[in-house]
Design a protein around this ligand. Structure first.
Ligand code: FAD
Length: 429
């Protein structure tokens, strides 16, 4: 049904209205816009046999965080005169059905480097081009385009942070225009549109009340947290990652913006620009790799390497990963996962992972190192899987990248310690 000039805005990550170039493009010159989110069984299908409530791939904390983010997005869209259309099913099938039945001339979605989305997006793009539908898929989940950096490096991803920084230089994005209104939602025909569901409606029983992250999902909360962090200019200017206290729970030592960046409730480009604005107004500030901007650049680094490395999430077939004869001891793994190692620090962190789905970076270091090269010698992929399911900020590129690093499987690095006057291998901040 190609009569008017409707657009379909396909939300996956990028759950925000600020700095959202795909949404801006979808709204520009369109008679109607269909803002769509598809509940994907791949991530959401209930797993009654899982070791803690949730789906096979996501714990209850992250699913709750996602639903809160969707409800917040729906409310922001309503303020602009639109609303979120929620459907359920295999995303590319649902999308193709919508493109077929709705009045759509432009398909807009944020570019995604994760292999799962790359495969989905290929299907969507192939269908759209065959149907004469324009596709707009800008890079806005990251500050840099990983493909550009890889190209600048002769087709290979840079394997050290310093070489990444040299190649990347200063970013050259411009933030997208803030929307003050949106075209109305078009006619959805026979499609049964859902409201943003509750956990219960998706079939999850919240029987484990202790799994309750204190971090609420959504763009509004992301922007509030960002403002709160940035209001202390001295703190921002003096931020040095290794100096934070990983056991500060009441007021964490870092921003806790990672889950918002993961779902795109917060634009990394906007965050970056806000930090640069703070730096302009202070006499002195810290620099990468330890500064706050430096933390965002670690994110960019891992996205770039992950995008340019086949089988990045596996030991076998991954050219940058050391082949190590890890053991596959499921009893040791279960003791680690269930906080029964007998080491109070390790067990406390694993309790925090289960209850909150978020821990400080150095706490993640401790448990990842303990499970792999430090003590239990269990395969990093097993620990990665548990983080991937339970973290609310679980991110394919960053999680795999950090496990590769912490298990000393890749990115091997020597740091000079001013205290011991020795090079310590495998350490980074
Ligand atoms: P801040 O220190 O406030 O930093 C701001 C932002 O910079 C973060 O929100 C994050 O997006 C980015 N950032 C900070 N540190 C890193 C880093 N080392 N690598 C990449 N990006 C970084 N982070 C995730 O977002 N998702 C994951 O799945 C994840 N898995 C990890 C697994 C292991 C084994 C380890 C050691 C670290 C992992 N991290 C992961 C990285 C890091 O621990 C978290 O990003 C950070 O603790 C989030 O807290 P924050 O938002 O307060 O960070």
């Amino acid at each position: 049904m190609l009569s008017g000039s409707g657009s379909l805005m396909w939300f996956r990550k990028g759950l925000r209205v600020h700095d959202n170039p795909a949404l801006e493009y979808a709204s520009r010159g369109s008679t109607c816009v269909y803002p769509l989110f598809v509940i994907d069984p791949h991530y959401m299908e209930l797993d009654p046999n899982a070791y803690s409530p949730g789906s096979t791939r996501a714990g209850i904390n992250r699913i709750r965080f996602l639903l809160e983010s969707l409800a917040d997005l729906d409310s922001s869209l309503k303020k602009l005169g639109s609303r979120l259309l929620v459907l359920k099913g295999e995303p590319s099938e649902v999308l193709i059905r919508c493109l077929n039945e709705w009045d759509v001339r432009k398909l807009c979605f944020e570019y995604d480097t994760d292999p799962y989305y790359q495969a989905l997006d290929d299907k969507a793009k192939n269908y759209a081009s065959a149907a004469g539908i324009e596709v707009f898929s800008p890079v806005s989940h990251t500050i840099f385009d990983p493909a550009d950096i890889i190209e600048k490096n002769g087709g290979r991803p840079p394997l050290s942070y310093q070489s990444f920084l040299k190649l990347a230089g200063e970013p050259s994005f411009s933030l997208s225009v803030e929307l003050s209104w949106m075209p109305p939602v078009g006619d959805v025909g026979r499609c049964e549109i859902l409201q943003v569901p509750t956990l219960k409606e998706l079939g999850y029983v919240e029987k484990h009340q202790d799994e309750f992250t204190p971090f609420r999902g959504g763009e509004s909360e992301a922007l509030r947290r960002l403002r709160e962090s940035l209001s202390d200019k001295e703190w921002v200017a003096n931020f040095e990652k290794p100096k934070g206290d990983p056991s500060a729970y009441i007021k964490p030592a870092t921003t806790v913006l990672s889950p918002y960046l993961k779902f795109g409730c917060l634009s990394s480009r906007y965050f970056y620009q806000c930090l640069k604005d703070v730096y302009k107004n202070v006499k002195r500030h810290t620099s990468p790799p330890v500064s706050l901007v430096g933390q965002l650049l670690w994110r960019e680094f891992f996205y770039t390497v992950a995008f340019g490395t086949p089988n990045f999430d596996e030991m076998k077939g991954n050219k940058i990963c050391k082949q190590i004869p890890w053991n596959d001891d499921d009893k040791l793994l279960a003791a680690w996962r269930e906080a029964r190692t007998g080491y109070p620090w390790i067990d406390a962190i694993m309790v925090q992972l289960r209850k909150w789905g978020w821990m400080h970076h150095l706490a993640r270091h401790s448990v990842a190192c303990f499970l792999t090269r430090g003590d239990l010698f269990v395969h990093w992929e097993k620990g990665r899987d548990i983080f991937e399911r339970l973290l609310i900020d679980s991110d394919w590129a960053i999680n795999n990248g950090n496990w590769l690093w912490l298990s000393c499987s890749s990115f091997f690095y020597q740091a000079f310690s001013p205290h011991t006057k020795r090079h310590a291998k495998g350490i980074y901040i």
